[in-house]
Design a binder for this molecule. Structure first.
Ligand SMILES: Cc1ncc(COP(=O)(O)O)c(C=O)c1O
Length: 441
């Protein structure tokens, strides 16, 4: 067993002064079932804990680190720019430059508004949709997550199958105490990946619906792909009912492809929000869309403020991340996707020798997740809730830690490649997974 004495001691101290010893439940005992491992630093594709153990990091800060840890170009940018002032809350040249890069890269985007986190960007996007259309309702999908804001923190978790209600009229479950009913009364919840269910919901609510919001790839329950043509149909239906098609690319943007799922699936959304990868480790998010939508934010018609919006240091890092990823005809995007797909294939190969566990690997480009399941495919939140063994996944990941491989122990999250992972990391990880599958009861 790896020495974890310093992590254990920090956990005891942390529990005295921090809620659950951490700052987000996914990092603490609620997810680990025990104390988390306290990390001291990262280097490239590796994380090092306070006890001196090294791990190949496949979590990459939930997708925030396409360039891995301490990439020389990011270190150089931060070192240079911090000395010139991290944040002014004034207009900036780099703000214009990054927005120009985004508008050039993203066909749906005429304009950009910067924010700090995926949740914040989503809050502004929902307000924008309501403000522009004058309509109250938001349609969201079962199991999709759009940040922790009151109107959308509804049906975001796996649930016992008996709690879902009929597909044609799902029971709305609020995932937090303290959320007033009036905050989510206008949120309509629909099963994902089934066109008919959305058609039905729009027949009833379409004329009152400000936007239909969807993740392009469902990343809040592992990795669940949209069925062929599904998202295009969602887009068409939005046009038909005059509601906005809001694609939440917080996870997928600047990751699964330079232009995210909009590019992968040929979509023309009305609003897209980004976060995570865009900041390459610093908090950066963006709301984007065509002129006629983004104009809604002009002169504070639909209000969006923020002291920390468009920080100078953060934008400089975003600019560097984009330069590195887009150089040489987007070579690093090809590498990112290659490494993620290779890792997923290797896990599939190794798992074949351990059929008794029922391992299914779902992924696309740099994102993948391992499911312990009796099904051949997990295609929505109901499938995930009824057919994915989350406890087994946690046990599996905790054993992987012992072999120097780091993933999130939560089956609802997923793993990610960065451009600094190597073939050797893939081989070491595949071997470790094989060993753990052998050991796992
Ligand atoms: C699809 C999606 N939207 C929004 C968010 C919220 O982003 P943040 O955690 O930066 O507030 C997340 C976070 O995981 C997400 O996965």
């Amino acid at each position: 067993m790896m020495n974890q004495s310093k992590s254990e001691a920090l956990f005891r101290r942390g529990m005295d002064v921090l809620v659950e010893g951490v700052s987000s439940a996914s990092r603490g005992p609620a997810t680990f079932g025990t104390h988390p491992r306290y990390m001291s630093h990262g280097e490239g594709q590796r994380l090092y804990d306070v006890d001196g153990n090294a791990y190949i990091d496949w979590m990459m800060a939930f997708g925030a680190l396409p360039l891995g840890h301490g990439h020389p170009r990011i270190v150089e940018t931060v070192s240079r720019e911090i000395a010139r002032g991290s944040h002014f809350a004034t207009a900036l040249e780099v703000e214009v430059e990054v927005a120009e890069l985004l508008v050039k890269l993203l066909p749906h985007a005429d304009k950009v508004r910067f924010a700090n986190t995926g949740t914040e960007a989503a809050m502004a996007a929902f307000r924008l949709a309501r403000g522009l259309t004058g309509r109250r309702k938001i349609i969201k999908f079962e199991g999709h997550y759009h940040g922790w804001w009151d109107p959308v923190i509804v049906n975001t978790n796996p649930m016992p199958p008996t709690m879902f209600g009929p597909k044609t009229n799902p029971i709305r479950i609020v995932d937090s105490a303290g959320v007033l009913e009036e905050m989510w009364l206008d949120t309509i919840v629909v099963p994902w990946n089934e066109v008919e269910m959305l058609e039905r919901a729009l027949e009833i609510h379409g004329r009152d619906t400000a936007c239909v919001v969807t993740e392009g790839i469902m990343a809040n329950m592992g990795v669940i792909l949209p069925k062929p043509g599904y998202l295009n149909r969602v887009e068409q239906l939005c046009r038909q009912y005059g509601c906005l098609f809001y694609l939440d690319e917080t996870v997928t943007g600047f990751r699964v492809a330079p232009g995210g799922c909009a590019e992968l699936y040929g979509l023309k959304p009305d609003i897209v929000t980004y976060g995570k990868a865009l900041g390459a480790g610093l908090p950066m998010a963006a709301i984007t869309g065509p002129d006629h939508v983004m104009q809604g934010l002009e002169w504070g018609k639909v209000l969006h403020y923020g002291t920390h919006n468009a920080g100078r240091l953060t934008l400089s890092v975003t600019k560097t991340m984009l330069e590195v990823m887009l150089a040489d005809d987007k070579a690093n995007y090809k590498k990112l996707a290659y490494l993620g797909n290779r890792m997923a294939d290797e896990i599939r190969r190794v798992a074949k020798g351990h059929n008794r566990h029922g391992v299914v690997v779902q992924g696309v480009n740099s994102m993948f997740q391992i499911f312990f399941t009796d099904k051949e495919e997990i295609s929505d939140c109901r499938d995930f809730s009824a057919h994915v063994n989350r406890t087994k996944f946690r046990d599996f990941v905790l054993k992987l830690f012992e072999k120097g491989v780091y993933m999130s122990p939560s089956a609802t999250l997923h793993s990610l490649s960065s451009i600094v992972h190597t073939e050797d990391d893939i081989a070491v990880t595949a071997r470790a997974i094989g060993e753990v599958l052998e050991e796992l009861p």
